[in-house]
Ligand binder design. Structure first.
Ligand SMILES: *Cc1c(COP(=O)(O)O)cnc(C)c1O
Length: 352
């Protein structure tokens, strides 16, 4: 059995769109894609009269080196959100198949599943927000084609131990794909699970430049997985997913200077996270600051609604996560600059 046996048969069989850029490259006079022959107005759009490379080689190479994978194991899309959507569309038949998630977790898995009319099966995290592998396995049905796990998890911040991910990977072989979302792994103390993709054809890893790499606005995310899974998703991906200015921004961020800057900011965020956790925990009205390996803290308050409004009145917007299970008293606060964090503390410490 191959992991592709889990995919929608009509996706495996379909003839993908063949774009002008795919059919021919090189040449000096490009008259095959109905593009404009003139440079666009303004420097920001330099080169944009031409359609971009579907998977720009320089960016694919830079990301493959960064993540330690081969090019064929990597798909670059418009944020990891696009990879989540492509996975659901390629593996879940509408009205028949399902995904499995562990609330409270990132909302896009369920949204993408609902758009595809795939069922969403939930195996909640334990009360301390650790992953309950037995609960996940007990919730498995033959309809489940994708199991999403998020580590460090959004919005709680905890990581999943290697042994738990290994056990899931082993047990799900031949039954479903295990997709490990590592959007925040750069802020974690332990390395991620990318090594699993060489040993398991049904394991995929989501990475993004949106968080630690300061490029949320450029929309660059990556799926790392078995070559066959990557090739399958490329068949259904839009022909020109990556805007040229965004690719240029990503290449700059991944240059040696860009990497040095990002690593500096990651170290600063980790130090601020530790400082903020201790400081917030000492504020009256704070029930708990959850331990976090990400660039945010989930904080429980006696009156989270009032704190949310007080911060807002001071011009500080945090995420109200009270609608998530087991987080009915919590707000999620992103770690900002030292000055921004000091402002948050000031407002939290104000007594009414
Ligand atoms: C922010 C986030 C993403 C989305 O990343 P993009 O690459 O910006 O689409 C994915 N997963 C989790 C858990 C996130 O918090």
């Amino acid at each position: 059995m191959s992991v592709l046996d889990l995919a929608r048969p009509e996706i495996r069989a379909m003839q993908p769109y063949s774009s002008a850029r795919m059919e021919a490259s090189g040449g000096q006079i490009l008259l095959n894609a109905n593009e404009s022959a003139w440079a666009p107005f303004g420097e920001a759009a330099a080169g944009c009269n031409r359609y971009p490379d579907p998977q720009p080689a320089a960016l694919v190479d830079a990301l493959a080196a960064l993540y330690g994978v081969r090019r064929e194991q990597l798909l670059v899309g418009r944020g990891s959100d696009e990879a989540i959507d492509l996975l659901v569309r390629a593996f879940c038949r509408a009205g028949e198949d399902a995904i499995l998630i562990q609330p409270p977790t990132f909302g896009m898995y369920a949204v993408c599943a609902r758009i595809q009319n795939a069922a969403v099966i939930e195996a909640p995290l334990a009360a301390d927000f650790t992953l309950d592998v037995d609960a996940v396995l007990a919730a498995m049905t033959p309809a489940v084609k994708l199991v999403f796990v998020c580590t460090p998890n959004n919005p709680t911040g905890q990581v999943i131990p290697l042994a738990a991910v290994e056990r899931l990977a082993q047990t799900l072989a031949g039954r479903a794909l295990l997709i490990v979302d590592e959007a925040y792994v750069e802020f974690a103390d332990a390395p991620g699970f990318v090594g699993l993709i060489d040993r398991h054809e049904h394991v995929g890893i989501l990475r993004t430049l949106s968080k630690a790499w300061a490029l949320a606005g450029a929309r660059i995310g990556t799926l790392l997985a078995n070559d066959a899974v990557i090739a399958l998703l490329r068949r259904i991906m839009p022909p020109y997913p990556l805007p040229l200015p965004c690719v240029d921004a990503a290449l700059a961020a991944l240059s040696p200077e860009g990497q040095a800057q990002a690593r500096g900011h990651i170290a600063e965020i980790k130090a601020e996270r530790a400082r903020m956790r201790t400081a917030i925990a000492a504020v009256p009205g704070v029930r708990e600051v959850l331990p976090s390996q990400a660039n945010f803290l989930a904080v429980r308050f006696d009156d989270a609604g009032a704190i949310y409004q007080r911060l807002l009145a001071a011009g500080i917007v945090v995420r109200d996560v009270r609608r998530y299970p087991n987080l009915g008293d919590a707000l999620r606060i992103t770690i900002g600059t030292a000055e921004e964090n000091a402002r948050v503390l000031d407002v939290l410490e104000q007594t009414r």
